[in-house]
Design a protein around this ligand. Sequence first.
Ligand code: F6P
Length: 511
Amino acid sequence: MTVGGPTFDLVVAANRLPVDRVVDAEGVSGWQRSPGGLVTAMEPVMRGRDAAWVGWAGEPGTAPEPFSQDGLHLYPVGLSFLEVQEYYEGFSNDTLWPIYHDVIVKASFERTWWNTYRTVNLRFAQAIVEVAAPGATVWVHDYHLQLVPAMVRSIRDDVRIGWFDHIPFPPVELFAQLPWRRAVVEGLLGADFLGFQRSADAKNFLRVCRRLLGMATEGDTVTFTPPGDGPSARRTVRASAIPISVDFKGLDALARTPPVVARAAEIRASLGNPEILMLGVDRLDYTKGIRHRLRAYEELLQEKAIIPPKVTLMQVALPSRERVDAYRVLREEVEATVGRINGEYSSLGSPAVHYLHQSYPRTEMVAMFLAADIMLVTPLRDGMNLVAKEYVTCRHDLGGALVLSEFTGAWHELHQAFTCNPHDIEGVKQTIMRAITDPPDQRRRRMKALRTHVADHDVQRWACLYLESLASAPMAPHRPTRASDRERRDDERANRANLRASDKASEGTGQ
Ligand code: F6P
């Protein structure tokens, strides 16, 4: 990291830099934009601003020198092989991730992992303060860096600090399992403003402050005295929901380009031009409900409600966290299930499931979205799920239909989706069939409404709202508050209607 180098008014810090190292056929190495929700959301926000991004370059070893790529000023943080194991794979993805996702798999508690998490968070904090200009805004992202806000504040009290939680924040009963729960909350409370995907997440956090740490909360704020400080150091921090979104304009424009439209047709042709192409695109993660989705699909095949190759499923499983046990087990189970389904229901040249365990460039993903008649987004728990928003953004033709789990953040906004409870297999089957059989004009109406919502709530608006909220914290910014109150009431009304619709889908099924 450079000492005495350039400084920036906005510093973003996330576990990963927005680029991955790639080596071309000639062995020349370079950087390319990495996949993943956070990067997709933040990249358009950073572009055009004089801002720095602090993050890990994605490989163990010494950090590369700071560099600029496509107008982004990137400051790599180095992680040793052991730190990758203990801070990233261990504490972040085998302790925090399960706790923050309803303990779908058991969380592991290892004291050495916690120590490494602290060490790495401190390294990030030091890197941030070196590039933050006096009075800068520091925007920290995600569960990997929850101690960073307090660490930055302890070194630099001139900067404004925000943190955004891209994943759910768990109910107090689950968060309470974490042996280091107090330190995590105190780490977060170094921020001026804490942003969450849903108001339920913000409320969970405030409840944790009140119930576990005995702090005073009022509305969406918590007031406390930092540990070791006198009463004059009392601070108030605001915690509220600002749901993330996608770059609607950029993605919509990409989906309209002739090569992408042509590629979508080519994808369909290569699958034998099915009448109905269903698509799932997920990181291969146990939170995504891939097993439940495959089970529902298999039962529909068994019951002959759908018959390949007229109807087919393409499941893209993006490789993820492959050295963590729970992910290895998931991969084995998913691949065994796909093998069983294909063995039973495929015919020569027409598999019932087209399974792809690979990453794809953005244009190819957009073409897949354009090609798919039914998009299956069925997580058991998901902070937002940007795939759902990306899909509707790409459907400028108003074609397609979105099947969406009510356990995603996206469900709280995308009220015109076909909603389902992924645990209710019978309900998922009914919802898929409803999405298939809904009259085309109604599907188009739904898609139009979904697109309007995402167009009006794009990632640029999210970033503006976030930065306004951070600037005015602990007070709520004036303009958005009234709008978001109204929006919240509308959302709550629509959510209730959604729940009734998804219950109706299961009615009479004995579930
Ligand atoms: O959504 C949570 C998140 O950790 C993002 O920060 C990240 O983009 C995505 O999941 C991918 O995870 P990983 O960085 O572990 O590959």
